[in-house]
Design a protein around this ligand. Structure first.
Ligand code: HEM
Length: 371
């Protein structure tokens, strides 16, 4: 999986065109899914890629980290507060009542390596709410996770495209980007579209706390299919751009650390509801749902109090946390093929690394700050 994030050949793919969507004979109705017959086989192949990722040589010191989103800027605690202004028709699941949830956030680079933060990359924001009651779709008991990335869409349309692309990108014997591009069948419109989206997904934010993040894949919001977005809270103190010396390898951690030493931060969580099954598809992750069809609406904000997250104890806690979009109540069930495969992929990935690190996955306890 690692090589995929080396794809810095932005200009090579600028002339790419949108791939036609021919996988499905019909479009599933509003809020519904449609499982293609090839999905089961493709899922097995993805699991083999994950296992191969964890069979690479282990780091000389420290624990084996995640095969993607490997480098954390930090894990911070905060509190999610459902907004009083959240409209009645969007009040479902954890957003039903105007209440607060203790929250953990892990901010990361997308790559599978600890690279310099100035290398363009996708960025991740993983959110875990605690004290969430009700039956869950995967193993944790009191949590609701939301996983977001810094791009509004995903490079693969579905699981079949994903596995085909990843197999090429991680083929044994591949020496680097040049070979990967050479071997790719650029006459194939789907590959060109994937490259274009990957290229557009990679950038360098001023701070992990002020970037914009998207769920990119849909999930339930009660009866609706919906996508989520996180932005800095409007009107909140802006980040001082001079805080980060961009020459440093971990400058995004430095920027976040300096900011949170003296000030609280705030992230607003917004939702976009699917209103058109064709123009806002559930089974084609390449398509950005246009805000002209359905705008993003603020639902909640997460206040992150000032804190020192750069301690050994916090780092260790952060390393062993497990995020999975299926740590979810039914009201926020992940939707679409790529989400269906994520259930088993995240469980398997976390299983591999916990085994290698001789660790057990454990849910965070509310009130413990691991400082
Ligand atoms: C747009 C869709 C996606 C988003 C927003 C997303 C986001 C994330 C984020 C934020 C993390 C880091 C979690 C952490 O901090 O612990 C992560 C980890 C990971 N993601 Fe995704 N992801 C997406 C799609 C996928 C897909 C389709 C796959 C594979 C089929 C995948 C496989 C993984 C794996 C294996 C990890 C490491 C899990 C671990 O060992 O903890 N992701 N993802």
């Amino acid at each position: 999986m690692k090589k995929i994030y080396h794809l810095c050949f932005l200009t090579l793919v600028s002339a790419c065109s949108q791939a036609p969507d021919r996988r499905f004979a019909s479009v599933p109705p509003l809020g519904q899914e449609l499982i293609p017959p090839e999905e089961e086989r493709a899922t097995k192949e993805i699991l083999e890629l994950v296992a191969r990722g964890y069979s690479q040589p282990r780091p000389p010191k420290g624990p084996t980290g995640r095969i993607i989103h490997h480098k954390e800027h930090g894990c911070v605690h905060g509190e999610l507060e459902v907004l009083e202004s959240a409209p009645q028709n969007l009040r479902h699941g954890v957003f039903s009542e105007t209440r607060k949830f203790p929250t953990w956030l892990r901010l990361s680079n997308g790559s599978g390596e600890r690279r310099h933060d100035s290398v363009p990359d996708g960025r991740g924001l993983a959110i875990k709410l605690l004290t969430v009651e009700g039956p869950k779709l995967a193993e944790e008991v009191h949590t609701q996770d939301f996983l977001l990335q810094s791009a509004p869409n995903f490079f693969a349309r579905d699981v079949v495209d994903y596995v085909k692309f990843m197999k090429q990108a991680t083929a044994p014997g591949l020496k680097g980007v040049a070979e990967f591009v050479r071997d790719l069948n650029l006459a194939n419109a789907a590959d060109r579209e994937s490259l274009k989206i990957l290229a557009a997904s990679a950038d360098v934010p001023k701070s992990p706390l002020t970037a914009t993040y998207f769920s990119a894949l849909p999930q339930r919001l009660g009866p609706h299919a919906a996508k989520f977005k996180a932005i800095p809270c409007p009107g909140w103190a802006k980040l001082d751009a001079s805080l980060g010396a961009r020459a440093k390898k971990d400058f995004l951690k430095d920027v976040m650390g300096t900011y949170l030493r003296s000030r609280d931060a705030c992230i607003e969580l917004q939702v976009q509801v699917q209103t058109d099954p064709e123009l806002m598809p559930v089974e084609n992750a390449r398509v950005v749902w246009s805000p002209d069809l359905s705008p993003f609406v603020p639902l909640a904000r997460i206040v992150i109090p000032k804190q020192n997250f750069r301690t050994e104890k916090r780092k260790e806690f952060c390393e062993h946390l497990t995020f999975n979009p299926w740590h979810s109540i039914e009201a926020h069930r992940p939707l679409g093929g790529l989400n269906r495969v994520r259930k088993v992929v995240y469980e398997r990935s976390q299983g591999h690394r916990h085994k290698l690190n001789n660790q057990r996955s454990a849910e965070p306890v509310p009130g413990e700050t691991h400082e």
